[in-house]
Design a protein around this ligand. Sequence first.
Ligand SMILES: C[S@@+](CC[C@H](N)C(=O)[O-])C[C@H]1O[C@@H](n2cnc3c(N)ncnc32)[C@H](O)[C@@H]1O
Length: 245
Amino acid sequence: MSLPLPQDKSLEKPAAGKRFSSPAEYRAWIDSQSWYQTMTLPSGQKIEGKIPTHQREDLLRTLDFKGKRVLDVGCNSGQYCFLAKQQGAASVTGIDVDDIRLMQARTVALNEDLDIDFQHRGLFEAPDALGSFDIVFCFAVLTEIQDFFGSVDALKKLIGDVGFLEIRCADRGWFPFNPRTWFKTNTTGLRLWESFTEVQRTRQGLWVIHPTFALLQKLFGESYTLRRLGPGVRYEMIEIRRAGG
Ligand SMILES: C[S@@+](CC[C@H](N)C(=O)[O-])C[C@H]1O[C@@H](n2cnc3c(N)ncnc32)[C@H](O)[C@@H]1O
Protein backbone atom coordinates (compact mmCIF):
# COMPACT_ATOMS: atom_id res chain seq x y z
CA MET A 1 0.00 0.00 0.00
CA SER A 2 1.45 3.39 -0.89
CA LEU A 3 1.10 6.21 1.59
CA PRO A 4 -0.19 9.57 0.38
CA LEU A 5 2.59 12.09 -0.13
CA PRO A 6 2.48 15.35 1.82
CA GLN A 7 0.65 17.89 -0.30
CA ASP A 8 2.87 20.63 -1.71
CA LYS A 9 0.58 23.45 -2.74
CA SER A 10 2.89 24.48 -5.58
CA LEU A 11 2.57 21.03 -7.13
CA GLU A 12 -1.08 21.62 -7.86
CA LYS A 13 -0.80 23.18 -11.27
CA PRO A 14 -3.91 25.30 -11.66
CA ALA A 15 -4.28 27.83 -14.37
CA ALA A 16 -0.80 27.93 -15.92
CA GLY A 17 -0.81 30.94 -18.17
CA LYS A 18 -4.44 31.67 -17.41
CA ARG A 19 -5.79 35.22 -17.39
CA PHE A 20 -8.12 35.51 -14.39
CA SER A 21 -11.45 37.18 -14.81
CA SER A 22 -11.45 39.04 -11.47
CA PRO A 23 -9.00 40.18 -8.75
CA ALA A 24 -10.69 37.70 -6.40
CA GLU A 25 -10.00 34.79 -8.76
CA TYR A 26 -6.40 36.01 -9.20
CA ARG A 27 -6.03 36.23 -5.39
CA ALA A 28 -7.41 32.71 -4.94
CA TRP A 29 -4.82 31.37 -7.39
CA ILE A 30 -1.99 33.25 -5.61
CA ASP A 31 -3.14 31.80 -2.27
CA SER A 32 -3.25 28.29 -3.74
CA GLN A 33 0.47 28.40 -4.55
CA SER A 34 3.59 28.18 -2.41
CA TRP A 35 6.13 30.89 -3.17
CA TYR A 36 9.84 31.48 -2.59
CA GLN A 37 9.79 35.17 -3.54
CA THR A 38 8.06 37.95 -1.61
CA MET A 39 6.71 40.73 -3.78
CA THR A 40 4.05 43.34 -4.34
CA LEU A 41 2.78 43.17 -7.90
CA PRO A 42 1.93 46.24 -10.03
CA SER A 43 -1.77 45.40 -9.57
CA GLY A 44 -1.29 45.76 -5.80
CA GLN A 45 -1.54 42.01 -5.09
CA LYS A 46 0.93 40.95 -2.41
CA ILE A 47 2.75 37.63 -2.48
CA GLU A 48 4.20 36.30 0.77
CA GLY A 49 7.14 33.99 -0.03
CA LYS A 50 9.54 32.02 2.13
CA ILE A 51 12.37 34.51 1.63
CA PRO A 52 12.27 38.34 1.97
CA THR A 53 13.45 38.79 -1.61
CA HIS A 54 11.76 42.22 -1.78
CA GLN A 55 14.78 43.51 0.16
CA ARG A 56 16.83 43.46 -3.07
CA GLU A 57 14.42 45.81 -4.81
CA ASP A 58 15.92 49.03 -3.38
CA LEU A 59 19.26 48.19 -4.99
CA LEU A 60 17.69 47.28 -8.32
CA ARG A 61 15.60 50.45 -8.43
CA THR A 62 18.84 52.50 -8.51
CA LEU A 63 19.70 50.98 -11.93
CA ASP A 64 18.88 52.63 -15.22
CA PHE A 65 16.86 50.00 -17.10
CA LYS A 66 15.64 52.31 -19.89
CA GLY A 67 16.16 50.63 -23.26
CA LYS A 68 18.29 47.85 -21.76
CA ARG A 69 18.24 44.10 -22.47
CA VAL A 70 17.94 42.32 -19.14
CA LEU A 71 18.46 38.67 -18.16
CA ASP A 72 17.62 37.05 -14.82
CA VAL A 73 19.38 33.70 -14.36
CA GLY A 74 17.42 31.51 -11.94
CA CYS A 75 14.50 33.90 -12.16
CA ASN A 76 12.21 31.75 -9.99
CA SER A 77 8.71 33.29 -10.04
CA GLY A 78 9.92 36.29 -12.01
CA GLN A 79 10.07 39.06 -9.39
CA TYR A 80 13.11 40.91 -10.74
CA CYS A 81 11.96 40.49 -14.33
CA PHE A 82 8.71 42.24 -13.40
CA LEU A 83 10.68 45.06 -11.77
CA ALA A 84 13.04 45.51 -14.74
CA LYS A 85 10.13 45.63 -17.20
CA GLN A 86 8.21 48.14 -15.06
CA GLN A 87 11.36 50.29 -14.89
CA GLY A 88 11.54 50.57 -18.68
CA ALA A 89 13.77 47.71 -19.86
CA ALA A 90 13.49 47.18 -23.62
CA SER A 91 13.42 43.41 -23.26
CA VAL A 92 13.49 41.07 -20.29
CA THR A 93 14.29 37.36 -20.28
CA GLY A 94 14.02 35.10 -17.25
CA ILE A 95 15.51 31.61 -17.29
CA ASP A 96 15.06 28.82 -14.76
CA VAL A 97 15.06 25.03 -14.67
CA ASP A 98 11.99 24.69 -12.41
CA ASP A 99 8.74 24.32 -14.38
CA ILE A 100 6.51 25.19 -11.42
CA ARG A 101 8.32 28.50 -10.86
CA LEU A 102 8.15 29.27 -14.60
CA MET A 103 4.41 28.57 -14.58
CA GLN A 104 4.00 31.03 -11.69
CA ALA A 105 6.14 33.64 -13.46
CA ARG A 106 4.22 33.33 -16.75
CA THR A 107 0.85 33.45 -15.02
CA VAL A 108 1.74 36.60 -13.08
CA ALA A 109 3.23 38.28 -16.17
CA LEU A 110 0.05 37.61 -18.13
CA ASN A 111 -2.19 38.99 -15.40
CA GLU A 112 0.02 42.05 -14.84
CA ASP A 113 0.30 42.77 -18.60
CA LEU A 114 4.07 42.53 -18.53
CA ASP A 115 5.73 41.30 -21.72
CA ILE A 116 8.54 39.04 -20.49
CA ASP A 117 10.17 36.04 -22.10
CA PHE A 118 10.35 33.22 -19.53
CA GLN A 119 12.30 30.23 -20.76
CA HIS A 120 13.07 26.81 -19.34
CA ARG A 121 16.81 27.00 -19.75
CA GLY A 122 19.86 26.28 -17.64
CA LEU A 123 22.75 28.68 -17.10
CA PHE A 124 25.20 26.66 -19.19
CA GLU A 125 23.12 26.63 -22.39
CA ALA A 126 22.19 30.30 -22.06
CA PRO A 127 25.20 32.00 -23.73
CA ASP A 128 24.92 30.02 -26.99
CA ALA A 129 21.13 30.28 -27.07
CA LEU A 130 20.71 33.90 -25.98
CA GLY A 131 23.96 35.84 -26.44
CA SER A 132 24.84 38.64 -24.02
CA PHE A 133 22.74 41.19 -22.11
CA ASP A 134 23.22 44.74 -20.82
CA ILE A 135 22.17 43.78 -17.29
CA VAL A 136 22.33 40.28 -15.79
CA PHE A 137 21.02 39.14 -12.40
CA CYS A 138 22.10 35.90 -10.78
CA PHE A 139 20.96 35.74 -7.19
CA ALA A 140 21.42 32.71 -4.94
CA VAL A 141 21.81 30.36 -7.91
CA LEU A 142 25.48 29.32 -7.91
CA THR A 143 24.90 27.82 -4.46
CA GLU A 144 22.71 25.24 -6.29
CA ILE A 145 25.08 24.40 -9.15
CA GLN A 146 27.95 21.90 -8.81
CA ASP A 147 30.05 23.23 -11.67
CA PHE A 148 31.14 26.54 -10.20
CA PHE A 149 33.92 27.21 -12.71
CA GLY A 150 31.61 26.47 -15.64
CA SER A 151 29.06 28.85 -14.11
CA VAL A 152 31.61 31.66 -14.01
CA ASP A 153 32.49 31.03 -17.67
CA ALA A 154 28.81 31.16 -18.65
CA LEU A 155 28.25 34.40 -16.68
CA LYS A 156 31.27 36.02 -18.35
CA LYS A 157 29.68 35.38 -21.73
CA LEU A 158 26.24 36.60 -20.64
CA ILE A 159 27.33 39.87 -19.01
CA GLY A 160 27.56 42.49 -21.75
CA ASP A 161 27.76 45.50 -19.44
CA VAL A 162 26.95 44.80 -15.78
CA GLY A 163 25.96 41.80 -13.69
CA PHE A 164 24.76 41.41 -10.13
CA LEU A 165 25.78 38.18 -8.50
CA GLU A 166 24.60 37.16 -5.05
CA ILE A 167 26.92 34.40 -3.91
CA ARG A 168 28.41 32.94 -0.78
CA CYS A 169 32.06 33.93 -0.56
CA ALA A 170 34.41 31.81 1.53
CA ASP A 171 35.16 33.36 4.88
CA ARG A 172 38.59 32.41 6.17
CA GLY A 173 37.37 32.94 9.72
CA TRP A 174 35.70 29.52 9.43
CA PHE A 175 38.79 27.75 8.15
CA PRO A 176 40.25 26.69 11.55
CA PHE A 177 36.93 25.10 12.55
CA ASN A 178 36.59 22.85 9.52
CA PRO A 179 39.80 22.84 7.46
CA ARG A 180 38.91 19.63 5.64
CA THR A 181 36.08 21.32 3.74
CA TRP A 182 38.55 23.66 2.01
CA PHE A 183 40.87 23.06 -0.89
CA LYS A 184 43.52 25.16 -2.51
CA THR A 185 43.18 26.01 -6.16
CA ASN A 186 46.38 26.18 -8.15
CA THR A 187 46.18 29.88 -8.88
CA THR A 188 49.05 32.30 -9.35
CA GLY A 189 48.97 35.91 -8.21
CA LEU A 190 46.91 35.33 -5.08
CA ARG A 191 48.00 35.26 -1.46
CA LEU A 192 47.82 31.79 0.06
CA TRP A 193 44.50 32.15 1.88
CA GLU A 194 42.92 33.91 -1.12
CA SER A 195 43.39 30.85 -3.31
CA PHE A 196 41.34 28.64 -0.99
CA THR A 197 37.85 27.51 -1.80
CA GLU A 198 35.26 26.23 0.63
CA VAL A 199 33.39 23.11 -0.39
CA GLN A 200 29.97 22.31 0.97
CA ARG A 201 27.39 19.56 0.48
CA THR A 202 23.92 21.05 0.19
CA ARG A 203 20.78 19.54 1.72
CA GLN A 204 19.90 18.36 -1.80
CA GLY A 205 23.18 16.38 -1.87
CA LEU A 206 25.05 18.63 -4.32
CA TRP A 207 28.69 19.53 -3.82
CA VAL A 208 29.08 23.28 -4.24
CA ILE A 209 31.97 25.70 -3.99
CA HIS A 210 32.23 29.04 -2.23
CA PRO A 211 35.24 30.98 -3.58
CA THR A 212 37.09 33.77 -1.85
CA PHE A 213 36.32 37.16 -3.38
CA ALA A 214 39.92 37.38 -4.63
CA LEU A 215 39.57 34.05 -6.43
CA LEU A 216 36.31 35.19 -8.00
CA GLN A 217 38.07 38.33 -9.26
CA LYS A 218 40.87 36.20 -10.66
CA LEU A 219 38.43 33.92 -12.47
CA PHE A 220 36.58 36.83 -14.09
CA GLY A 221 39.91 38.28 -15.15
CA GLU A 222 41.08 41.74 -16.15
CA SER A 223 38.17 42.49 -18.48
CA TYR A 224 35.79 42.71 -15.51
CA THR A 225 35.77 44.90 -12.40
CA LEU A 226 34.20 43.33 -9.34
CA ARG A 227 32.86 45.37 -6.42
CA ARG A 228 31.54 44.02 -3.11
CA LEU A 229 28.21 45.69 -2.35
CA GLY A 230 27.70 44.07 1.06
CA PRO A 231 25.21 41.54 2.40
CA GLY A 232 22.42 40.53 0.08
CA VAL A 233 19.26 38.75 1.14
CA ARG A 234 20.94 35.35 1.51
CA TYR A 235 24.59 35.81 0.59
CA GLU A 236 26.90 38.60 -0.53
CA MET A 237 26.01 40.94 -3.40
CA ILE A 238 28.73 41.56 -5.98
CA GLU A 239 28.64 43.93 -8.95
CA ILE A 240 30.51 42.73 -12.03
CA ARG A 241 31.23 45.36 -14.66
CA ARG A 242 32.69 44.50 -18.04
CA ALA A 243 35.41 46.86 -19.24
CA GLY A 244 34.16 48.90 -22.18
CA GLY A 245 30.65 47.53 -21.62
C1 LIG B 1 17.47 29.88 -4.30
S1 LIG B 1 16.52 30.15 -5.73
C2 LIG B 1 16.82 31.89 -6.03
C3 LIG B 1 15.74 32.49 -6.91
C4 LIG B 1 15.92 33.95 -7.28
N1 LIG B 1 17.12 34.16 -8.06
C5 LIG B 1 15.90 34.81 -6.05
O1 LIG B 1 16.97 35.02 -5.47
O2 LIG B 1 14.84 35.26 -5.65
C6 LIG B 1 17.52 29.42 -7.01
C7 LIG B 1 16.84 29.37 -8.37
O3 LIG B 1 17.80 28.97 -9.33
C8 LIG B 1 17.21 28.02 -10.19
N2 LIG B 1 18.29 27.21 -10.78
C9 LIG B 1 18.98 26.19 -10.22
N3 LIG B 1 19.90 25.70 -11.07
C10 LIG B 1 19.80 26.45 -12.21
C11 LIG B 1 20.47 26.43 -13.47
N4 LIG B 1 21.44 25.55 -13.73
N5 LIG B 1 20.12 27.34 -14.41
C12 LIG B 1 19.13 28.25 -14.15
N6 LIG B 1 18.46 28.30 -12.99
C13 LIG B 1 18.78 27.42 -12.03
C14 LIG B 1 16.27 27.26 -9.27
O4 LIG B 1 15.26 26.56 -9.99
C15 LIG B 1 15.70 28.37 -8.42
O5 LIG B 1 14.56 28.98 -8.97
